[in-house]
Design a protein around this ligand. Structure first.
Ligand SMILES: Cc1cc2nc3c(=O)[nH]c(=O)nc-3n(C[C@H](O)[C@H](O)[C@H](O)COP(=O)(O)O)c2cc1C
Length: 321
């Protein structure tokens, strides 16, 4: 598939997830088989007001095609923010968040709130498209709630406004992250559009990816929560889509080594203190399903230095391998 002018050889996408898919984790996922990554969402207003924290979230990772994601509802501010996001990051494409369901965002007309104002959403895509020289893409949901599912018309409008690709998360705003993602409706979107469509929601492993690809006919697949602590899911999905046998996850020692490498990258990116706070949740995810790991998960909740991380990692491998 292509995102505008960009040829995508491996259409497996890592979903943008605020608080999770920072530069370190995106780097790891790209190394382990994500073909496309997207930064955590960044507020267009914050960028325009030169908030340094927001700018830092946009760091482009190596090893994959990488998009920068922004949210907002003012076409001029979005256009300016898009330019800034690309100047700061050098990302390959610019993604507009039209799916965020959080009340603070959606109720003020940003994120999924834009699905209630399709005309404005179209103006934003067109304004951003004029302001930047990389492909502009959109990520949306099925609609605001089950009584107002409008993704077919909405997606068509995004295409007509110049979007180069659309990712559809098969839930409504009111479903948040529960209930089952509706892949059939994503399939209908695919049939209505000529730009590539990426399917998202509930791709939990190889078998789910194969059914989702069949049911939607989508050009790409985007994986969200199932990647927590499991960046190897891209290898599993890739093998399943090719009809190949997947040999299984690496052994615990090698998985822990990848986790530690992620935390080392996070330290390089935002310093030891924040890296250790972030590592608390990621490390616990990496140990999910590991027998007798409860004791170590407890220790992980109070990690404060990289030395703590190295020590726990060593103990885990020694005791649980
Ligand atoms: C913690 C978390 C943070 C998220 N942050 C973003 C975000 O910044 N931008 C975005 O477009 N979607 C965001 N999402 C939505 C995911 O990209 C994805 O659409 C959703 O999780 C559904 O995919 P899944 O069923 O594979 O998890 C977030 C989801 C989670 C769980």
């Amino acid at each position: 598939m292509r995102i505008g002018t960009i040829e995508v050889e491996n259409p497996l996408f890592l979903a943008p997830m605020a608080g999770v898919t920072d530069w370190a984790f995106r780097t790891i996922c790209a190394r382990l088989g994500a073909g496309v990554t997207v930064t955590e969402m960044v507020s267009s207003r914050a960028l325009v007001y030169q908030d340094q924290k927001s700018a830092k979230l946009l760091r482009k990772n190596a090893g994959s095609i990488c998009g920068a994601q922004i949210f907002g509802n003012d076409p001029d501010i979005m256009a300016r923010a898009a330019q800034l996001a690309l100047e700061i990051s050098g990302c390959d494409f610019l993604d507009i968040n039209m799916g965020c369901p959080m009340p603070k965002i959606a109720n003020s007309g940003d994120g999924c709130g834009l699905m209630r104002t399709p005309e404005l959403a179209g103006e934003i895509v067109s304004a951003v498209g004029k302001a930047v020289n990389v492909p502009v893409t959109v990520k949306c949901r099925l609609g605001w709630d089950k009584g107002s599912i409008n993704v077919l018309d909405f997606a068509k409008r995004m295409e007509d406004s110049g979007a180069a690709m659309i990712t559809v998360h098969g839930r409504t705003r009111s479903m948040l992250y529960s209930g089952v993602a509706d892949w059939d409706t994503i399939g209908k979107v695919k049939q209505c559009l000529t730009i590539p469509v990426v399917a998202n929601g509930d791709i939990t492993g190889g078998a789910a990816a194969v059914s989702c690809a069949r049911r939607t006919g989508a050009d790409g697949l985007m994986i969200g929560r199932s990647v927590f602590g499991d960046p190897w899911i891209f290898q599993e999905v890739s093998a399943a889509l090719k009809g190949e046998e997947y040999p299984g996850r690496p052994c615990l020692k090698d998985r822990v080594a990848v986790a530690v490498e992620q935390f080392r990258l996070a330290q390089e990116d935002h310093g030891e203190h924040i890296a250790c706070l972030e590592a608390r949740k990621h490390f616990a995810w990496y140990l999910r399903g590991v027998a007798h790991s409860g004791y170590y998960k407890n220790q992980i909740t109070s990690l404060t230095t990289m030395e703590d991380i190295y020590r726990v990692a060593k103990d885990v491998v020694r005791d649980l391998q």
